[in-house]
Design a protein around this ligand. Structure first.
Ligand SMILES: Nc1nc2c(ncn2[C@@H]2O[C@H](COP(=O)(O)OP(=O)(O)OP(=O)(O)O)[C@@H](O)[C@H]2O)c(=O)[nH]1
Length: 308
């Protein structure tokens, strides 16, 4: 005999989620609550995202129903993550968050008025609700970041580059800001590999990436584009400023100390630079930087060439 089955459809529309405590924040000022209620509610709300910024934003907003604050800062060095909510306050209380030996970041609460003993107890009790949501968010971040990074040089990979380039072009257009691109290629890299071996070549690649990153404000905009080629995106940077950055990178790569079997390896790089034109596509911007790089190579290497 067939067992009767019942199929139900349940649509979690935003009104329903709001009633269950999962929704977007209401604009109506919320009533104060008890610590037990707030902990329960945070337990539900903080599970709704895997983004550290959103989790901490909700946490910062909601805990103020019990403990008013001026600011919250969060740092997690291993994930290269620094977040800030609110404005600065004179008094600070910091907590290092960890779970079973795993470091989950540092939180700094700031307020102009000193926090009293009872409030500190409440904060500590509420911090427990952050533990699992933050651990999951950090794991998720690590997984997504590793899918977008080149493991050898710790720069962005091709997928990250494609995503970032299109996003930066859209932003530059929307805000009418300049955007430049540098394509950097190591000169005669094959000789380094052939003379010192592939492992030494890998070490050199890592050192070149480090030299590039040491010169830039936003290291998230450096990508490994090919074997020995890097791409650097310079947001809000016009042609002249990009030429200065390019020249700085050329010098930094040249002066970096590269060694194999104790002997110094002499190394130079060539660069091509293009600056986004009106209505230009990502492909065209890349093509122009590549053509400029070709000119730099043809004219003798160890130089920067600007796209016309
Ligand atoms: N060690 C190492 N070598 C790589 C890697 N990827 C590409 N290469 C090598 O990079 C070299 C690139 O050589 P070419 O394209 O001939 O260019 P080049 O010798 O740098 O000469 P120019 O660019 O013309 O100055 C090749 O020998 C590749 O095997 C890598 O991940 N590690």
């Amino acid at each position: 005999m067939k067992t009767p089955t019942q199929t139900n459809a349940i649509d979690f529309d935003s009104a329903k989620l709001q009633r269950l405590g999962f929704g977007q924040p209401s604009l109506v000022p919320r009533r104060p609550t008890t610590i037990t209620q707030l902990r329960q509610q945070l337990g539900l709300q903080l599970q709704t995202s895997l983004e550290p910024e959103r989790i901490l934003g909700v946490f910062f907003r909601e805990i103020q129903r019990l403990v008013p604050l001026d600011a919250l800062q969060y740092r997690h060095q291993a994930s290269d993550l620094r977040l800030e909510f609110g404005h600065r306050g004179h008094h600070t209380v910091s907590y290092s968050l960890s779970h079973e030996g795993e470091h989950l970041g540092e939180l700094i609460f700031r307020r102009n008025q000193r926090l009293v003993e009872e409030e500190l107890g409440q904060l500590e009790s509420l911090l427990a609700t952050l533990l699992y949501p933050m651990r999951n968010a950090l794991l998720y971040r690590a997984a997504t970041r590793s899918a977008l990074r080149d493991p050898l040089t710790e720069t962005g990979n091709r997928i990250a580059m494609d995503q970032t380039l299109q996003r930066e072009i859209d932003m530059a257009r929307r805000h009418l800001n300049p955007l430049s691109l540098l394509m950097l290629d190591i000169d005669h890299f094959k000789v380094i590999n052939d003379t010192h071996g592939h492992a030494a070549g890998d070490t050199v690649l890592r050192a070149v990436a480090a030299a590039i990153k040491s010169q830039l404000r936003n290291v998230d905009m450096v990508f490994r584009f090919g074997g020995e080629e890097f791409l650097i995106l310079l947001s809000n940077t016009g042609r002249d400023a990009a030429a200065m950055v390019g020249e700085r990178l050329r010098q930094a790569a040249q002066t970096q100390d590269y060694r194999a079997d104790g002997t110094r390896i002499e190394l130079t790089v060539s660069l091509g630079c293009s600056t986004l034109l009106a209505a230009e596509s990502a492909e065209s911007l890349l093509r122009r930087a590549d053509s400029a790089l070709y000119v730099a190579k043809r004219e003798g290497r160890n130089r920067l060439a600007m796209a016309g």
